[in-house]
Write a protein that binds this ligand. Structure first.
Ligand code: GSH
Ligand code: FE2
Length: 288
């Protein structure tokens, strides 16, 4: 398979979504697409996703799968929007069931819990493969940032979601419910055991020190120079560093909207009797 990777940067959330192309057979998959969302006005848009659809059309590509690496907590997934436009199936890791179970209580979803994760067409297990173009893609379960995190391997490309950032960005936070710094260390160790030339494609770049946008490294480069996980570090040191740093991080601006929508593969909440859709924000009352 002749693999070509096209990254699309979503400025508002620092997310990189990918279209991976089997250039020979003209098939493609989309990984981690984003809906535009303005929190203050409640406007939801599809400008970003439409750019990706235009790319598919302009290049006469047949879309095989709409993939998410995890239940994102900082942006709304465009998976369901893309499915509505293409009739292609949405995919996430089976760990989404546990994530959903944890948040059902936060959002008081009660008896709905078993229906939510059925919003995804396919739930993948460690090592499972999906047909893609002339070959296949395989997933590796890489929990830690979230318990449902998966990495997708397509030939010598690894789409790691938030399991790793660029070497100067380190690693993702592990303080969301179900996050676990020790598990993230173990998952990264597995990725770092892949051949050194494998390309790692990250899902976020926060441009440390204002440097230019970068979203691709290699296993070799990440292994030797990631600022959080490298040969100078051991697991206990990493867990301490990660947990200390996580205590300093603010709640992501779009945490609650993202989870409510992303547990349902990007389906917006049902309209209420006046026809409007609403996002819930659980309040913590610290007034007394
Ligand atoms: N300021 C961003 C933060 C988003 C965020 O927390 N991102 C997660 C990945 S979903 C992370 O690991 N961030 C690491 C960091 O901020 O150091 C927002 O509000 O959206
Ligand atoms: Fe994330």
């Amino acid at each position: 398979m002749a693999v070509h990777v096209k990254g699309f940067f979503h400025e508002g959330t620092g997310t990189i979504s990918y279209i991976v192309v089997d250039s020979e057979y003209k098939h493609a998959v989309i990984i981690d697409s984003v809906l535009d969302f303005d929190l203050s006005s409640g406007e939801v848009g599809a400008q970003f996703a439409n750019k990706q659809l235009a790319f598919l059309q302009d290049n006469e590509l047949q879309l095989d799968w709409i993939l998410d690496t995890h239940a994102h907590a900082d942006h709304l997934s465009a998976a369901n929007y893309l499915r509505s436009k293409t009739s292609v199936q949405t995919v996430i890791g089976e760990g989404i069931k546990a994530v959903e179970g944890r948040f059902a209580n936060v959002f008081n979803l009660g008896g709905l819990t078993t229906d939510l994760y059925q919003a995804f067409d396919r739930l993948l297990k460690e090592g499972e493969s999906l047909a893609f173009g002339s070959a296949s893609l395989t997933c590796m379960s890489t929990p830690g940032h979230t318990s449902d995190s998966l990495s997708y391997i397509i030939e010598d490309n690894v789409f790691v979601g938030d399991t790793l950032f660029m070497p100067d960005g380190g690693t993702a936070r592990c303080d969301f419910p179900g996050g676990d710094a020790g598990l993230l260390w173990d998952s990264i160790s597995r990725i770092h055991q892949l051949p050194a030339h494998y390309k790692i494609w990250v899902c976020h770049d926060y441009q440390p020190q204002g440097r230019e946008l970068r979203y691709q490294t290699t296993v070799g480069e990440s292994r030797s120079s990631n600022i959080h996980v490298n040969s100078q570090m051991d697991k206990a040191q990493y867990v301490a560093l990660r947990n200390t740093r996580d205590k300093t991080l603010a709640v992501p601006k779009l945490l609650y909207p993202s989870l409510q929508v992303n547990l349902q593969s990007g389906v917006l909440p049902e309209p209420e009797s006046n026809g409007m859709r609403y996002i819930k924000i659980p309040l913590t009352d610290n007034t007394h």
